[in-house]
Design a protein. Structure first.
Length: 254
């Protein structure tokens, strides 16, 4: 009985805040009474339906999704490799750690403009997403390596584990929760930075380009509609990754 009540409450918990904010949005649009500033939710929904009925919409959304995935995966791999390298070598740590911290401290807009000078504009969003992800993954994986249980390391040494075996059976299980947490934290930033890069460099098929064009031609309902698309795609992508992570953890526990 309690479980069924809990299941009934779950949709309510999700739908209630959405309904409240849509109501606030509707009241704000009525109060302002200017579609150019705040369009009504119904206008945005109509605009979204019109966009979704075209092949261009799906190609645009798919290309943006592809760029973000490439940037996130590449950034995750590079972040892991740099964390291992900086933990294994003091020289590597002295060389790379300040650079990674500098990347983390640099505003995304500066990166976008600089990278636009060096890379084809279609690749800029993926590169920017990658650079945003690297410091987060590096920091988390480094923390996982540092916090590895010394007793496990001592046991590995007692059983004469080689470097490969020690990493496989001691370091990787220790680092995994930190890595998964880092990926979860990096996803939102990868989306924000990737779409921001698209807005500034305007590749041919990109949600950011459509957002910029909507603003340029004062098509506010369409601008809101594309923004909703970004939010929905980001949430779906994040949910899928978290489910994948949870599934891997459940398999390991079993």
């Amino acid at each position: 009985m309690k479980k069924s009540k809990h299941k009934l409450r779950q949709p309510f918990k999700v739908l209630l805040p959405i309904g409240v904010w849509i109501l606030i949005w509707q009241l704000a649009s009525i109060a302002v009474n200017k579609v150019l500033l705040i369009p009504r939710p119904a206008d945005v929904l109509v605009s979204l339906g019109r966009l979704a009925s075209t092949a261009l919409f799906w190609k645009t959304a798919g290309m943006t999704l592809l760029r973000i995935i490439i940037g996130t995966v590449t950034g995750t791999i590079l972040g892991c490799l740099l964390a291992i390298l900086t933990k294994l070598s003091e020289i590597a740590d002295a060389v790379f750690s300040p650079a990674i911290r500098l990347v983390r401290a640099t505003p995304v807009a500066s990166f976008i403009i600089l990278i636009l000078l060096w890379v084809a504009k279609t690749r800029v969003p993926a590169v920017v997403s990658c650079l945003v992800v690297i410091p987060i993954i590096w920091e988390n994986v480094s923390a996982g390596i540092t916090n590895t249980d010394p007793l496990l390391l001592e046991m590995a040494h007692s059983y004469s584990f080689g470097r490969f075996k020690t990493w496989r059976y001691v370091y990787i299980p220790s680092v995994k929760p930190y890595l998964l947490s880092g990926i979860s934290n990096a996803l939102g930033l990868a989306w924000k930075s990737g779409v921001a890069a698209e807005v500034l460099c305007a590749p041919r098929f990109a949600i950011g380009t459509q957002i910029y064009n909507s603003k340029l031609y004062l098509e506010t309902p369409e601008l809101f509609a594309w923004t909703v698309v970004v939010i929905i795609l980001s949430m779906i992508f994040e949910k899928l990754v978290k489910r994948l992570i949870a599934g891997q953890s459940a398999k390991k526990a079993a």
